[in-house]
Ligand binder design. Structure first.
Ligand code: CTP
Ligand code: CA
Length: 224
């Protein structure tokens, strides 16, 4: 693998990226999930790889395929994603682009629920582990740079700034996914990078371009 890594400013750096939705089973044939194509996370993994990083790409069931030249770890549920992240540590940086389901079905059925026999199902939920928060607050072995994402529909800067503080991550890449923006499911993104230095608004651009800019910033931060 080492021979295939690109030469670049991230050479020798190990970076983990989470991406895509998670699927939380209701029964063996049904699930709940977040809307996420996984496109932005895959683009970030590509951009980091192109700068020479060793990328561990932990992905839920996404619409897009994992990029070439990364170590892809496919998972289904949030709990599987959390275990895969823990197994991938230590890392120099972590980028948490996954749209993790906040809740799982508390008592998923191991047999298919039937319409006629079982009546209307009533689902009870349990809270999933917050992977970003757990990694951000690690006492030992925390990656030097932890980057979260925040898809918001309103009060984007306020919500994302509070989220950054609550989780303890270094940066949050925030975006407005309210339907009027047309961002959700599209090929473009308009993000605000929130860090100790405040909120920096980037112009709307392709997801690949957002990823390349972010990778450049990560390379600069890890070089310090
Ligand atoms: N995240 C995570 N594990 C979770 C939930 C979220 O790692 N169980 C990560 C996401 O990958 C993202 C960041 O946390 O990088 C923010 O996710 P978001 O859903 O916006 O945050 P929440 O704290 O779940 O807040 P909300 O109530 O707005 O959903
Ligand atoms: Ca959430």
């Amino acid at each position: 693998i080492a021979a295939k890594l690109a030469d670049g400013p991230l050479k020798g750096k190990r970076i983990l990226v989470t991406s895509g939705p998670t699927h939380e089973p209701i029964d063996p044939v049904r699930y709940i999930a977040n809307r996420s194509s996984g496109a932005q996370g895959a683009a970030v993994a590509c951009a980091l790889r192109d700068l020479g990083a060793e990328v561990v790409f932990i992905t839920g069931p996404a619409a897009v395929r994992p990029p070439e030249g990364v170590q892809a770890v496919p998972v289904e549920s949030a709990r599987e994603m959390e275990a895969a992240v823990q197994a991938a540590l230590p890392a120099d940086a972590g980028v948490f682009a996954a749209a993790v389901a906040d809740w799982r079905v508390a008592s998923a059925s191991d047999r298919k629920l039937k319409k006629s026999k079982d009546g209307l199902p009533v689902l009870e939920f349990a809270e999933n582990p917050d992977i970003l928060k757990t990694v951000s607050q690690m006492k030992n072995g925390r990656p030097g740079l932890v980057v979260g994402f925040a898809a918001e529909t309103n009060d984007v800067v306020e919500n994302a700034t509070a989220k950054r503080k609550r989780k303890g991550c270094d940066w949050i890449v925030a975006n407005d996914v309210s339907p009027a923006t047309g961002i959700m499911g599209g090929s473009e993104n308009a993000v605000i990078l929130i860090s100790d230095d405040g909120a920096e608004e980037w112009p709307r651009m392709g997801k690949g371009e957002v990823a390349r800019r972010l990778a450049d910033r990560i390379a600069a931060a890890l070089a310090k």
